[in-house]
Design a binder for this molecule. Structure first.
Ligand code: ZN
Length: 134
């Protein structure tokens, strides 16, 4: 597996509405998409910075992954996503290297990407996402 770039950085926020103005007014970025990902129990907002995106994540359910994250840790960086050629191959390669997987197989994430997560226990505490755009 050789990632080509950081596809996005996921940031957990209490509220998209309250967070978008920082990125737009202070950083001068443009929110180009807001999307609900029902099976992740989140609403997302996206900004482009070169080839990398910022993905803001607002929980839609306190029992969902972002709801639990915010309850434990508060707002902040939630995960880093690396772009790879093929998520399924990259997940297999990570597993072969002894990495604990959250997803054994790629699944659909925001923006139609195939995504899969590596467990932070195996990635120095950073929840790590792999994604491809096939
Ligand atoms: Zn992500």
């Amino acid at each position: 597996m050789t990632p080509t770039h950081i596809e996005h950085i996921g940031i957990a926020v209490n509220s998209l509405e309250e967070s978008i103005p920082f990125y737009e007014k202070v950083l001068g970025l443009k929110c180009y998409a807001v999307e609900e990902v029902k099976d992740q129990k989140v609403k997302t907002a996206f900004f482009k910075v070169g080839d990398t995106k910022i993905e803001l994540l607002e929980s839609t359910d306190p029992e969902g992954p972002i709801g639990k994250f915010i309850e434990k840790k508060g707002q902040g960086i939630h995960h880093i996503a690396f772009a790879v050629d093929d998520v399924n191959e990259a997940l297999k390669a990570a597993e072969a290297n002894g990495v604990q997987l959250i997803d054994k197989q790629g699944r659909k994430g925001a923006e139609g990407l195939n995504i899969g997560f590596l467990h932070p226990k195996s990635t120095l505490g950073v929840l790590t996402e792999l994604c491809d755009n096939k």
